[in-house]
Design a protein. Structure first.
Length: 309
């Protein structure tokens, strides 16, 4: 049994949390993070894109259930914070002069309220976020220096928020180039990756009825294609666990009235998923060790997903 216990408790070289973009669906990540921390699963590295940069930076600052609670309170109050433009995408707003229909002042204020640290170097867990260089169209990663502007740049949804200028370069939403940056985690040597995606990739998309619907659908397809391609290219010796979001509501992009519902759904679904993965891993390992009786094999719950010794 000691050999099995050693196998179950062996720490991977590097564990990453990868938090995708997804706008107001980012509340789902709070439930996922809670499920992970309740099982004492902690990362060595956090990678965030768009809303995942906001959630990920907060968790990197304070990787605890207490911060998960603070994030839940933040998401509960976003409906009253004016972080998104009201109403639908009216044609008159999209046709007016300027590069966006909303400013990022309220978004900046919300991020400042939940984030205790101001520089990447001050964070408890190593954190990086991705944004898109506007002119070059390239994937740009931020990992040092001031923290706030890179997060806002990573979250700068095209046409909704204005580009963010950092050191003379203008940036937009990281989701344009790498919405779910699992490839970055692999490149940085992580061999166990928890993906906190909120894209509801397997859910049927509604039939486009207007030009804006078709444009949004095409953007979604591009993001989905990149994620599927990256997953398929990951070496077999790297463990990737894509946490389920549960029952994701179909809501408007600026509707923040379902955050509690989404947090609960993602927490329940991710908890069940992690417990099942834990049990399967333990039983597979026990079955592979000769001479171990069935009654001696570890039963769920065990700590095969726990990085701590």
């Amino acid at each position: 049994m000691s050999r099995i216990r050693d196998l179950l408790r062996r720490k991977p070289r590097r564990t990453a949390f990868v938090l995708s973009g997804g706008g107001n669906l980012g509340a789902l990540q709070v439930g996922m993070v809670r499920a992970l921390f309740e099982r004492r699963i902690e990362p060595d590295l956090i990678l965030g894109c768009s809303v995942g940069a906001l959630n990920g930076s907060a968790i990197a600052a304070d990787p605890s259930l207490a911060m998960a609670g603070r994030l839940q309170e933040m998401w509960r109050g976003l409906a009253d914070e004016g972080v998104m433009p009201a109403g639908m995408f009216p044609a008159v707003q999209l046709a007016r002069k300027g590069v966006s229909i909303h400013d990022n002042a309220n978004l900046r204020r919300v991020i400042e309220s939940v984030l205790p640290d101001r520089r990447f170097e001050d964070l408890t867990i190593a954190f990086q976020c991705v944004a898109t260089a506007l002119v070059e169209g390239t994937e740009t990663w931020f990992e040092s220096g001031p923290l706030l502007d890179p997060i806002i740049a990573s979250s700068a949804i095209p046409a909704v928020y204005p580009p963010v200028e950092i050191d003379g370069v203008k940036y937009l939403d990281g989701a344009i180039v790498n919405d779910v940056p699992v490839s970055r985690a692999v490149a940085l040597g992580c061999d166990r990756i928890f993906v906190l995606h909120v894209g509801a990739w397997d859910r049927p998309r509604p039939e486009p009825r207007r030009p804006i619907d078709m444009a949004t659908y095409a953007y979604w397809l591009a993001r989905r294609s990149r994620f599927q391609r990256d997953l398929a290219s990951i070496p077999s010796n790297i463990e990737v666990l894509v946490l389920p979001p549960g029952s994701t509501p179909v809501i408007k992009y600026n509707d923040f009235g379902h955050s509690d519902e989404m947090i609960t759904s993602a927490h329940q679904a991710s908890s069940a998923f992690l417990d099942a993965a834990d049990a399967d891993h333990a039983n597979d390992l026990a079955a592979a060790v000769p001479g171990v009786r069935q009654e001696d094999r570890p039963q769920a719950p065990v700590s095969s997903l726990d990085p701590r010794p």
